[in-house]
Write a protein that binds this ligand. Sequence first.
Ligand code: SAH
Length: 253
Amino acid sequence: MLQNIRVVLVGTSHPGNIGGAARAMKNMGLSRLVLVEPAHFPHADADARAAGASDVLEGAQVVSTLEEALVGCTLVMGTSARDRKIPWPMLDPREAGVMSVEHAAQGEEIALVFGREYAGLTNEELQRCHYHVHIPSDPTFSSLNLAAAVQVLSYEVRMAWLATEGQANEVEQAEPRVERVTMDDMEKFYEHLEATLVNIGFLDPDKPRHLMARLRRLYGRSEIDRSEMSILRGILTETQKAANGEPYKRKDQ
Ligand code: SAH
């Protein structure tokens, strides 16, 4: 079940931190590491800090965008040391651990996303996450070392997982499984939505303000399933047709 939870490190500068993160993960039973544009990898400093967790490093997937790192995920949590402009649904690490394990138990893919040592995650990257997770550190010195932050989240995942161990899963399995949409489907939807909003004149590409960010927040917390997504896509397709002057045709005609 912990295989369904991946750790994504974005733009890591110090390879030692990648090794430290791999070790932190392996200690807690996590093994899937995805690196988005690491500055140096593979690197001797990563191997040294990973100690016995070189298998996690060897299995690490290196990609060039966050989007690629999130393919297949239905739940994405982005960690952040500080508040951002547009408030987002927030979790503390404990809640994040419990929610990750609950979703992983349903066979879903979950990503825990960590930012750059010096700049964290960009607003755009944070807007790709369903939730933001803040480790409640001292506000006067709030930023943890990257590998230490991975350790805290991985520990909470393990505690939540241990709490479910040995429990009969029959109740959960008896519930009908909702087919959630993946992040890649959500990205296609956002592209379609943005194009449609531009098309009907609701979104001015020269003055986008924070419209798409706000819509991402809205749809992101809606836990959309696959059938709901096809309704939304259908509405957008028909809206575009109407905006382009194509006549409305009822399906049964
Ligand atoms: N100056 C950066 C700090 C980055 S620390 C900033 O303001 O965001 C590197 C990464 O470690 C962060 O992107 C985040 O993923 C994680 N991290 C550090 N401190 C954290 C905290 N208190 N809560 C959650 N994540 C934290």
